[in-house]
Design a protein. Structure first.
Length: 473
């Protein structure tokens, strides 16, 4: 059991102005595993004031200084990789056999890579009588969800550190611990006070203040579309830059000439990893009609190979969902799918006896899904895959684009060029070609209601930059 009543503000662990606390539960067994402060608006104001005061000096540090800090932090993160892994497994249920790989190591490597990007701030362009310079955007608020809590923080923080912005980070209430470890690392490495501040709290309590505060220049939010809309509304009165990484219902087109077994197995793995709690999960698998029955059988076998259970068991490949609330939400969608007339191929709402204590959901596959069913239209955010038949390629593209979302997509065709040709017609920010995986050097972000802006890579860095122009006389 961990107790964290302090917040990291202005380089000091300070007692929260609020006496309220947040209980953090282990979703594998429902037990209390940590308690944090539930910050209030006084804490928000203190953290933003610290970030504002730190900005003038931090924003003019050299690329080399910021790069050295990033490397020193990455080194410390590496030393504490096992600790990050343990707290993420404990608070959101990702199996320990996977946590290091998919939750932690990629985030550490990605953070280290930002050390090479600090020089981007020194780029200038002199043309048509104007000199263009790069300036950091300023004080940034980060609001993150619980599904990849370290990675989602790093995608924002790496860019802020590289560009010279200062930060107030608010982790999801369910997964606060990795942010607190990172604050400890910043403290140890000696990053100037106020550059990175962490406050733990409920979005519903302090979100509005964080996003509307006049001294904040940018809000970078990852989470649900519903909360993202509230964030943008709160930020609008002071005309902040708002970056939104929101939900998705991403399509995966498998063509007739693709390797069907490889494609279907990849698609099942893609959805089921992290118990289906991945915003870019390819949850609508589009399959040629003549291969549909065969694909159903391959998908069923692949889903039934997944070992669901205690995330600390090394043989387990799928842990619980992040909370009982999330479990209930997903089970409600599974019931809805059955009511809507989809065919339950495997999984469903019944749990084996040994999984009753935690927030578990069995890997679930629906066939005979039409794209107008709610299970094909709304983000379930659990281990639920819809198999949808299509008649020809244009029909597949039409189904793929028939969604309010546009975060991700996938195409598995006979080869890369034919897959890219189809992918170009899908309205989504990313496309996974021929069974590829998340790449933290590749810009990530949504079209349509999946968000605004990009994270990762140089486009992710640019979100934190203002272009300042010297009009030359
Ligand atoms: P959520 O929107 O409920 O919460 C996300 C964060 O927002 C939490 O820190 C929460 O405290 C905060 N929050 C909630 N209401 C707020 C408000 N009114 N003002 C300010 N902050 C507020 O989402 P969740 O359930 O934690 O996460 C799941 C969702 O996140 C899914 O929809 C998923 O697709 C999305 N997601 C998107 C990406 C992406 O990069 N596009 C990545 C991961 C998750």
């Amino acid at each position: 059991m961990q107790y964290h009543r302090n917040l990291y503000i202005n380089g000091i662990w300070q007692t929260s102005a609020s006496t309220q606390t947040i209980d953090v539960l282990n979703p594998a067994n429902g037990e209390l595993c940590a308690q944090t402060a539930s910050a209030n608006e006084t804490d928000v104001d203190a953290a933003i004031s610290a970030a504002k005061n730190a900005f003038p000096a931090w924003s003019i540090t050299s690329a080399k200084q910021r790069s050295d800090f990033i490397i020193a932090i990455a080194d410390e993160m590496q030393q504490r990789a096992a600790e990050f892994t343990d707290v993420i497994t404990m608070t959101m249920g990702c199996p320990s056999s996977l946590s290091l790989d998919i939750q932690v190591q990629g985030a550490i490597d990605a953070f280290r890579a930002y050390a090479d990007m600090t020089t981007y701030m020194d780029h200038t362009e002199n043309s048509h009588g104007a000199l263009q310079l790069h300036a950091p955007v300023g004080v940034c608020v980060f609001i993150n969800p619980w599904n990849y809590p370290l990675s989602q923080l790093i995608g924002k923080l790496g860019a802020a550190m590289a560009t010279g912005c200062t930060v107030v980070a608010k982790p999801a209430e369910q997964t606060p611990l990795q942010d607190l470890i990172l604050a400890d690392i910043f403290d140890k490495v000696g990053v100037p006070a106020g550059v990175f501040n962490v406050i733990t709290g409920f979005g519903a309590t302090i979100g509005e203040r964080l996003c509307s505060h006049p001294d904040v220049d940018m809000v970078s939010f990852t989470g649900s579309t519903a909360a993202g809309i509230k964030v943008a509304q709160a930020a609008s009165t002071t005309v902040k830059r708002v970056c939104q990484e929101l939900g998705g219902k991403s399509p995966f087109i498998i063509t007739e000439d693709a390797d069907l077994t490889a494609a279907v197995r990849y698609g099942v793995e893609d959805v089921m990893i992290n118990s289906g709690q991945t915003c870019c999960a390819l949850t609508r698998m589009l399959i040629p009609e003549n291969l549909y029955q065969q694909a159903i059988q391959i998908a069923k076998v692949a889903a039934e190979e997944i070992v669901v259970g205690d995330p600390l068991d090394p043989d387990v490949t799928m842990g619980p969902l992040s909370s009982r609330q999330q479990q209930q939400r997903v089970l409600t969608y599974i019931k809805l799918g059955i009511e809507e007339g989809a065919q339950l191929v495997t999984g469903g709402v019944t749990l084996p006896e040994n999984l009753q204590q935690g927030a578990f959901v069995m890997p679930t596959i629906f066939a005979q899904v039409s794209n107008d069913m709610l299970i094909a239209r709304e983000e379930v955010f659990g281990p639920v895959l819809c198999l949808i038949p299509y008649s020809d390629t244009q029909h597949a593209i039409q189904i793929a684009n028939d969604t309010v979302y546009g975060l991700s997509s996938g195409v598995f065709a006979k080869d890369q060029p034919s897959a890219i040709q189809i992918a170009r017609q899908i309205r989504a920010g990313q496309c996974y070609i021929q069974g590829s995986y998340f790449n933290s050097n590749a810009p990530f972000g949504g079209f349509k209601q999946s968000g605004n802006g990009r994270e990762w890579g140089i486009p992710g860095l640019r979100e934190f930059i203002e272009v300042q122009t010297m009009v030359l006389g």
